[in-house]
Design a protein around this ligand. Structure first.
Ligand SMILES: [Zn+2]
Length: 385
């Protein structure tokens, strides 16, 4: 097996422990060197601390739009997971290649790198761009500066293919997400005098109830979009902290909630609605007891949904590449919504399954990796025509 097969490259990539909280620079340097060996120049976009970077590279003519192949270099942690194989050393068993990131999504990046000689060795009519990001797993944060530059280009890419694991099935959409934290500041006192304090937990409970009511409204059949599962936008409270002892009226309570929004629904509406409710109904009552109390909302992270039209040029090309026009959606988010927002239509299709992503003993099958190699060769043919 040669060093530039997708299998050998995946083994190399899994060896870089690029958990989102750590640096990805060793992996980026490896990719940059690999591309350089094939005569392809890379541009790096660093974070402020210069501990992480995005990599962008173009193969083919620079004065035309072309197609972006996009992947994130970071992986989720393995802490507390019961792995039976080494997470950061690839192993093979019964046609499966194991290691953190094998499915999500170093398998795709390995396949893209393995295709570089095919792209570089041909006279491409349209260019292919490689866009490898950091900090995707912590809210699609890293890709944004790279996108800001792409957006300004005179020749915008025609399409972005996000290689998140879909078992190479063509996917045109996913929901967007907004994650928020709500801080409730009450006023403490001895619990025997509870009415003289402002109970932060009880006010938080009212807000959480309100979110549930909003969620029920969003689930109304008139808002359904059957392409998604569940077919409506959802609201969920996932973390709550507050209180010190049963005999103290709690002064502080904070909780985190998220909105999973159908494409086209602005998740911020939920936050605005909650804010209005807090200001109209709750804060005046809190302040009537103690003036320096209140409720504050803070956005933690957000990414937009994606709903590329099945009638679009992007969808037609995707169908051609993966040999199927049975378009689906996925439950997880991708950077695709951000590309779409930047005016670059996005689709999702990559090797492996998200059933394995984020779990112990993550794997991608050799068969999927080979099929992805074949898909990228079809793309090279298409771009050379
Ligand atoms: Zn991913």
């Amino acid at each position: 097996m040669n060093d530039s097969s997708s299998r050998a490259l995946l083994e190399k990539l899994i060896g870089f422990a690029t958990v989102s909280r750590d640096s990805n620079l060793e992996m980026i340097a490896f990719i940059r060197d690999f591309l350089e060996q094939h005569g392809v120049e890379s541009k790096l976009f660093y974070n402020d601390a210069r501990t992480k970077a995005n990599l962008f590279a173009t193969i083919g003519p620079h004065d035309r739009g072309g197609i972006v192949l996009s992947g994130h270099t970071d992986v989720v942690p393995v802490d507390g997971q019961a792995w039976t194989v080494e997470p950061f050393r690839m192993s093979e068993h019964e046609g499966r290649l194991y290691g953190r990131g094998a499915a999500d999504m170093k398998g795709f990046i390995a396949s893209v790198l393995a295709a570089v000689p095919h792209f570089a060795g041909r006279d491409l009519r349209l260019p292919v761009h490689l866009a490898f990001s950091y900090d995707e797993e912590v809210g699609c944060l890293g890709v944004r500066p790279m996108l800001a530059e792409l957006e300004k280009r005179p020749h915008k890419p025609l399409l972005c293919l996000i290689g998140e694991p879909t078992e190479l099935k063509p996917v045109l959409g996913h929901k967007g997400k907004l994650a928020m934290r709500c801080h409730v500041k009450g006023a403490a006192c001895h619990s025997a005098y509870a009415p003289y304090g402002v109970n932060a937990i009880q006010y938080a409970a009212r807000l959480i109830n309100r979110l549930e009511v909003i969620g029920e409204q969003l689930a109304h059949p008139q808002h359904h979009d059957e392409r998604f599962d569940p077919p409506y936008s959802t609201v969920q409270t996932g973390v709550i902290r507050g209180g010190r002892a049963l005999n103290i009226v709690p002064e502080e309570c904070e909780f985190d909630f998220e909105v999973r929004a159908l494409p086209g629904f602005d998740a911020n509406e939920v936050a605005h609605h909650l804010q209005d409710y807090a200001e109209a109904e709750l804060v005046p009552r809190m302040r009537a007891v103690k003036p320096d109390t209140g409720i504050r909302l803070q956005a933690l992270s957000a990414y937009p949904g994606l709903a590329t039209s099945p009638e679009s040029e992007a969808a037609r090309l995707l169908a051609q590449l993966c040999g199927s026009n049975e378009f689906g959606t996925v439950a997880f988010g991708t950077e695709g919504g951000l590309f779409d927002q930047a005016g670059i239509p996005a689709v999702v299709c990559g090797p492996g399954s998200m059933d394995q992503g984020h779990k112990p003993d993550e794997f991608v099958t050799v068969e999927q990796l080979n099929a992805c190699d074949a898909m990228l060769k079809r793309l090279a043919d298409h771009l050379a025509q």
